[in-house]
Design a binder for this molecule. Structure first.
Ligand SMILES: NC(=O)c1ccc[n+]([C@@H]2O[C@H](COP(=O)([O-])OP(=O)(O)OC[C@H]3O[C@@H](n4cnc5c(N)ncnc54)[C@H](OP(=O)(O)O)[C@@H]3O)[C@@H](O)[C@H]2O)c1
Length: 324
C-alpha cells in the first residue's frame, strides 16, 4: 500500500510517499481502508519534534517511533480481528489512532475497536475524519474542564481554527451565549457556525474591552494570566488548550495553583464515549465539520506546511483515493 513515511525529524521534506506493507489487524483491531485523514497540529509537531519534549512524550528520542503520521481517519472496514464484535467488513467508520501507533496517512490502517465508531450517514468521510482530536478536545475542554452551563457567556479564542470551529458549535449546543475571537477574514464564517458575537483580534483585544465571561476557551494561548483574570467573572473558568511556548505553559500551570479563579490547561483524553457523543450531535445537525481545504496523499508535506502556518480555517483534510 502507499503511505507517507518519515524516518527522521525535520521540515515537511522529511516526509516521503512510499510503498509499505499493508498492516493486518490485531485481535482487538479493525483494518480500515482509509478514505480521508485529518491533519492535526500534533502531526507537524511530531514531524519536527517541536517542542523538543515531544521526543520524550512518545515521539521517539532520537528518531520517530512511528514512521507514519496521521491520527484521525475515516474509511471502510476491510477486515476485523478475532475479538472484534461491533464491526463488520464494509462498515463505514471513523477512528482515532492514538492507541494504535498512528499511521493514518496511508491507504490502510489498523484501529482499536475501542477507538472506532460508525460514521454518521449524513456526513462525508472527510467530515468524519476531522472529528476525533478536534471534536473531543473542544468537548472535554468545555464540558469537563469548563463545566459549561446554559446561559453562560463563553468566549472562544481561536474560533476559526480546527478545534475552535468545533468549540463554537459545541458551546452553542450547551445553550451558551458564544463570543468568537478571530481575524477579519473569518468573522462571517465564525458567525455562520453560531457565534452570537465576534471580536476581530486584528482590531481589538478581547481582554481590554471591559466585558467579562463565565468561561474562556483559549485555542491560541497568546494571553497572560493577568489578562485571563481580568476578563473572567468571579467564579469564571479559563481552559487553555492551545500551546504557544513552554514558558506560557508553565505560567498557566502556576496560575492553576495560585489563582483564585480556575485557570489551567488540559490535554484531551480520547475515548469512545465522547466520539459517540459527537457523532450524535452531528446526526442531530447541531454540529458540522468546517473544512478549510483537502489535499491528496502525495500532498501531505504541503498540507502540514500549510497547517503549521497557523492560519487554517477549520480542518485540513487528506483525501486518500485507494487504487486497489
Ligand atoms: N490540549 C489538547 O488536547 C489539544 C488538542 C488539539 C489541539 N491542541 C492545540 O490547540 C491549538 C489549536 O489547534 P487547532 O487545530 O485549532 O489549530 P489550527 O487549526 O492551526 O488553528 C489556527 C487558527 O488560530 C487562529 N488564530 C491565530 N492567531 C490568532 C489570534 N491571535 N487570535 C485568535 N485566533 C488566532 C487562526 O486564524 P487566523 O488565520 O485568522 O489568524 C486559525 O484559524 C494548537 O496549539 C494545538 O496544538 C491541543
Amino acid at each position: 500500500m502507499r503511505a507517507v513515511t518519515y524516518t527522521r525529524y525535520g521540515s515537511p521534506d522529511v516526509l516521503k510517499l512510499k510503498e509499505v506493507q499493508k498492516p493486518s489487524p490485531g485481535d482487538n483491531q479493525v483494518l480500515i481502508k482509509v478514505h480521508a485523514a485529518a491533519a492535526n497540529v500534533a502531526d507537524w509537531r511530531l514531524m519536527r519534534a517541536a517542542p523538543f519534549m515531544v521526543r520524550f512524550m512518545g515521539g521517539g528520542i532520537l528518531k520517530p517511533k512511528h514512521q507514519i503520521l496521521g491520527t484521525d481517519v475515516a474509511g471502510t472496514v476491510e477486515e476485523v480481528g478475532e475479538n472484534v464484535t461491533q464491526f463488520h467488513s464494509g462498515d463505514e467508520v471513523f477512528a482515532n489512532l492514538t492507541e494504535s501507533g498512528r499511521g493514518g496517512f496511508a491507504e490502510y490502517v489498523c484501529a482499536m475497536e475501542s477507538a472506532t465508531v460508525l460514521k454518521p450517514a449524513n456526513i462525508t468521510f472527510e467530515e468524519a475524519a476531522a472529528i476525533p482530536i478536534a471534536g473531543v478536545t473542544a468537548l472535554q475542554a468545555l464540558r469537563d474542564y469548563g463545566k459549561i452551563r446554559p446561559g453562560q457567556n463563553v468566549l472562544i479564542n481561536g474560533a476559526s481554527g480546527g478545534v475552535g470551529t468545533f468549540a463554537v458549535q459545541i458551546a452553542k449546543s450547551y445553550g451558551a451565549r458564544v463570543t468568537g475571537v478571530c481575524s477579519t477574514r473569518n468573522l462571517e464564517m465564525v458567525r455562520s457556525i453560531g457565534a452570537d458575537q465576534v471580536i476581530d483580534y486584528i482590531k481589538e483585544d478581547f481582554t481590554r474591552k471591559g466585558e467579562q465571561y463565565d468561561l474562556i476557551f483559549d485555542g491560541v494561548a497568546n494571553h497572560s494570566v493577568a489578562d485571563y483574570n481580568r476578563v473572567l467573572k468571579a467564579q469564571g473558568i479559563c481552559v487553555v488548550v492551545g500551546f504557544s511556548s513552554l514558558f506560557n505553559m508553565l505560567k498557566v500551570a502556576l496560575a492553576s495553583r495560585i489563582s483564585d479563579k480556575k485557570i489551567g490547561s488540559m490535554t484531551a483524553a480520547l475515548n469512545k464515549e465522547d466520539l459517540v457523543f459527537i457523532k450524535g450531535l452531528m446526526e442531530e445537525g447541531q454540529l458540522k465539520t468546517v473544512i478549510d481545504r483537502c489535499y491528496n496523499l502525495s500532498e501531505v508535506p504541503e498540507a502540514l506546511h500549510y497547517l503549521e502556518g497557523g492560519h487554517a480555517r477549520g480542518k485540513v483534510i487528506i483525501q486518500i483515493n485507494n487504487s486497489n
